[in-house]
Design a protein around this ligand. Structure first.
Ligand SMILES: Cc1cc2nc3c(=O)[nH]c(=O)nc-3n(C[C@H](O)[C@H](O)[C@H](O)COP(=O)(O)OP(=O)(O)OC[C@H]3O[C@@H](n4cnc5c(N)ncnc54)[C@H](O)[C@@H]3O)c2cc1C
Length: 293
């Protein structure tokens, strides 16, 4: 949306495709975006799309793009309803999906009392009894970060041996107990966690926490175009949002390049749009036109 805003203000003919399945659909509050701290993400989207209406060169297509192919120097974009669009440049801002840990009912709590980013949702959970629930080695880093918001923290590895003895000793020296037994169930109401029950019959009261989902690209469009991916599976870009494929730019979560937040996605969208403008301007001034033409 921010890329479309910058492109609209640059008088570029732009189509924004969005089938409205953002990653944060599971949550009702978004934090840390200045002037909009705590806003419902769908309201943020509504305001952003409303602002785009001011710019006549921007159209919004509320539907899925099925495929993007390069054809005769242009990109052929086929939408869900069968309509076809041609574009000189493409910005991929398709995001990623969270693959949640294999814990019963975890999806009922994700976005309500279990989150993945302490910088987004740590403030609301501060000083409460929390858990880091993780089946991968990211648990250690996340536990260190979450300890900034509470002194009552445990780590649950759901039966996986993901922490070294040195890590466990370090965590326990900071008062962070490690539970390595398998989780039987999460217990609570309306998405608010109350306790974690383990397969061995024990349980521990908890009011929320953080998990380390795996990140999976929301679409295969980037890889089908041949865009180079980083080790996490994110689309690689340079400082102007350019991917390894000429004419294809990318922004936001789809880069899987560290912190993922709305304000960062918006900033990257702006950069990619400036990158698109730079490429179009360069192309315009590439060939000198003689005075007689
Ligand atoms: C539980 C939770 C809480 C969060 N809390 C915060 C918070 O408090 N603050 C914060 O800054 N961030 C928060 N985030 C992170 C934030 O949601 C992401 O960083 C942000 O949504 C990334 O924006 P994006 O535009 O890159 O991707 P997305 O928001 O995922 O948007 C991608 C869009 O592209 C569309 N799309 C994908 N493929 C296609 C296609 N083929 N055709 C058409 N449309 C397509 C999708 O439907 C979607 O609307 C949270 C995330 C989660 C999961």
């Amino acid at each position: 949306m921010n890329a479309s805003l910058v492109l609209g203000r640059s008088r570029r003919k732009t189509v924004l495709f969005d089938d409205n399945k953002p990653r944060n659909a599971v949550t009702s509050e978004s934090h840390g975006f200045m002037t909009r701290d705590g806003i419902d993400p769908q309201e943020l989207k509504r305001i952003a799309q409303e602002e785009l209406r001011k710019y006549p060169s921007v159209a919004i297509e509320k539907q899925r793009v099925e495929s993007v192919n390069k054809a005769d120097g242009l990109f052929r974009i086929e939408a869900e309803d069968g309509s076809v669009f041609f574009a000189q440049k493409v910005i991929l801002a398709t995001g990623f999906k969270d693959k949640l840990p294999d814990v019963e009912k975890v999806e009922e709590y994700y976005g309500k009392s279990l989150f993945s980013c302490p910088f987004c949702d740590g403030w609301e959970l501060q000083d409460r009894p929390l858990a880091v629930i993780s089946e991968n080695p990211k648990a250690m880093h996340l536990a260190k970060v979450v300890s900034n918001w509470t002194d009552d923290l445990i780590v649950c590895t759901n039966g996986k041996q993901i922490l070294s003895n040195a890590d466990k000793t370090l965590l326990e020296s900071k008062g962070i107990k490690v539970y390595e037994q398998a989780i039987r169930s999460l217990v609570g109401e309306d998405g608010q966690l109350k306790k974690i029950e383990f397969e061995d019959g024990s349980a521990v009261p908890r009011e929320g926490g953080f998990i380390t989902p795996e990140w999976v690209q929301a679409t295969t469009i980037g890889s089908s175009l041949g865009c180079r991916l980083n080790v996490q599976g994110g689309i690689e870009t340079d400082a102007m949002g350019r991917t390894s494929i000429e004419g294809v730019f990318a922004a936001g979560d789809t880069l899987i390049a560290g912190a993922s937040q709305l304000v960062i996605a918006a900033a990257e969208g702006s950069k990619a749009a400036i990158g698109v403008n730079a490429a179009l301007i360069e192309a315009k001034f590439k060939t000198p036109v003689s005075a007689s033409n």
